[in-house]
Ligand binder design. Structure first.
Ligand code: SF4
Ligand code: SF4
Length: 330
């Protein structure tokens, strides 16, 4: 099924076979849009001025889903800054109590805001896997994308996590996320090779700041959210989408995160991935109905989606080595 239309080949035409869901094993919950930062590349368009967040009712339904389905291996919490949003700590606790991996997508700077200073200890206590954004290891680039002083706070936060055992204790996993800078001209490039960049990050952060971490994930900027506004402003949206299409790699298709994931919004609606969620392209059952966490509970199954919804920004996930919330796909 196809949603948007810019002058590139519709993504659905690239698919040789129906784009089907696999068995669901990951529940990604976007708890809302409130964040202490307002980064230029944010696909959620989060900021301190947003107010949307999970409600107690939806949170309770999500807790029931986590408790009920052993096939769920991972509960992945994102936002906004998930740590600021309703239900965060309860969802972590219930996921861990039921033996699931709990991931927090953390911007690191939140630990320095009033009321959140105990978050690193909370993470360590519950063995939360921390996936932290650090779009570059150079201060200027990070501050340009995320705001002044963000790099310095991020470094302090990573050192704090290291002191608690993150990066050295096998139970305390710390991953970093790299986003390329947004293009300012039509000289586009894909994210650099993940392994090579991981080596560069590891040696720079260790030498300069004594920081250790586990994995680096490179994530391609999709032309959605603030990235789309940025590209439109410079009249680059179409050429960037064509660039991504020119690098379409069908070998990525089987590994896309939308295959085995449900993405839930703060209102309890279901999407195939967080990008579709931000672009308001909801998941549908085979008979076309919209899905919610309440319907999953009612039907007592996580596997109620047949075909994945796609749009032209899917070229961002399928270009080159592919891209997902867990980094490069191939
Ligand atoms: S990219 Fe992350 S840290 Fe930055 S505004 Fe968006 S949600 Fe917040
Ligand atoms: S945006 Fe990426 S993850 Fe989402 S449906 Fe498209 S290919 Fe799948």
């Amino acid at each position: 099924m196809q949603a948007n239309a810019i002058a590139v080949t519709p993504f659905s035409q690239k698919l040789q076979a129906p784009f089907l869901k696999h068995q669901i094993s990951i529940l990604q919950i976007n708890l809302g849009k409130i964040c202490n930062l307002a980064c230029s590349h944010c696909h959620v368009e989060a900021s301190p001025h947003r107010t949307e967040e999970l409600t107690p009712d939806i949170c309770q339904q999500l807790i029931e889903i986590i408790q009920r389905f052993p096939q769920l291996q991972t509960v992945d919490l994102t936002g906004g800054a998930p740590e600021m949003l309703y239900g965060f700590r309860d969802l972590v606790k219930v996921a861990r109590e039921h033996g699931k991996e709990a991931i927090a997508r953390s911007n690191l700077t939140i630990y320095f805001e009033k009321g959140y200073e105990d978050i690193p200890e909370f993470f360590a206590q519950h063995q939360v896997r921390v996936v932290a954004s650090l779009p570059c290891y150079l201060e200027d680039n990070v501050d340009k994308m995320r705001g002044k002083g963000v790099f310095e706070q991020s470094i302090q936060a990573l050192q704090w996590l290291n002191r608690l055992g993150y990066g050295s204790d096998p139970e305390l996993v710390l991953d970093l996320v790299y986003n390329p800078q947004l293009p300012t001209s039509n000289k586009f490039s894909l994210a650099p090779n993940q392994q090579g960049l991981q080596l560069a990050y590891k040696s720079h952060l260790q030498e300069q700041f004594g920081i250790i971490f586990n994995n680096l994930f490179t994530i391609t900027n999709l032309p959605i959210g603030r990235s789309k506004f940025h590209l439109q402003h410079r009249k680059l949206e179409e050429s960037y989408s064509q660039f991504l299409e020119n690098h379409f790699n069908p070998a990525t298709l089987d590994h896309l995160m939308c295959r085995n994931q449900l993405s839930v919004d703060y209102q309890g609606y279901i999407y195939d991935c967080d990008f579709n969620q931000m672009e308001n392209l909801p998941a549908r059952s085979p008979n076309g109905e919209l899905l919610t966490v309440a319907k999953i509970l009612e039907r007592n199954s996580l596997d109620i989606i047949h075909e994945i919804q796609t749009a032209n920004y899917c070229y961002g996930c399928t270009a080159g080595s592919g891209s997902s919330c867990g980094g490069s796909l191939l």
